[in-house]
Design a protein around this ligand. Sequence first.
Ligand code: PHE
Length: 339
Amino acid sequence: MDQITEILQQALSELRSTDTLDALKELRVRVLGKKGSISTLMKGMGKLAPEERPVFGQKVNEARTAFETEFEAKKNELENAIKEAKLASEKIDVTLPTGAVEKGVLHPLTQVYREVRDVCMKLGFNVVEGPEMELDKFNFELLNIPKEHPARDMQDTFYINPEIVLRTHTSPVQARTMLTNKPPIRVICPGKVYRQDDVDATHSPVFRQIEGLVIDKGVTFADLRAMIDTILKALYGEDTQTRFRPGFFPFTEPSAEVDATCSLCKGKGCPACKGAGMIEVLGCGMVNPRVLEMCGLDPEVYSGYAFGLGLDRLSNIKYGVTDIRLNYENDVRFLRQFR
Ligand code: PHE
């Protein structure tokens, strides 16, 4: 019996002076392992008188439990100490200033879009959007683009099926807007458009347009001219001049193509404007009475104008970018320049 107490005291005093997990585990083996000091005690039990055995066995078990209890406590204590030390050594000061982090910039197309949008919104325009997968009806039919028109050629248009296309321009939103709104209508519609073009410096199968549409009583071509001038001056500077040339679009009559003073050479002539000093920036016109009619508006009562800006074109001219592909490659060396 004394031996049990002695062995337990010995084991506990060793336990208390242990200060690493490894040493602790090793001690456990020496005490409780198969050949450990407490286990060995049990082996001596055979030499005892039978009536002494239960008392002895109980005493050994108590010793084992006492050791295990202190062992667990010590183990927790050491593990906590390790955790604390780790936390202390990994502590970071989140208030320290970091090294220089490069700020992102808005994509040039986004910047130019926002400039145009802001001018238009100040003049009372709303922004509306339409689907990129569009019904033939809106993309062509209601815009007075008959079945045999070259713009419907399989070469230009991505057909999903005979009735559904990837919109080739933002003009279908004109039809959608007229069919669902009563005049006065004053909207712009930004978005992606798709054409089956091979990629080169001036063509991309996806590019961006901003459509404008105004319908009211008594809207004239003079209103259209003023609006276009306002947008282009805001974008390229007050000294920008515009030139309206006769053009053709099935959904506007009369139609015009508009050139603006080349913002790079200020009209002197440079490679960007091919020496002309002016550069084509958009198509526009008075909404064709047939289109008004098809979209449920009485052309005897209402008139309106529409315009379609090529956002890539506007942006590239503004910044002297000569390759449309740069707008879609997301090369940071390019994007970084638009701070
Ligand atoms: N939708 C025409 C195009 O993509 C542009 C346009 C819009 C012309 C509105 C006139 C009026 O080429």
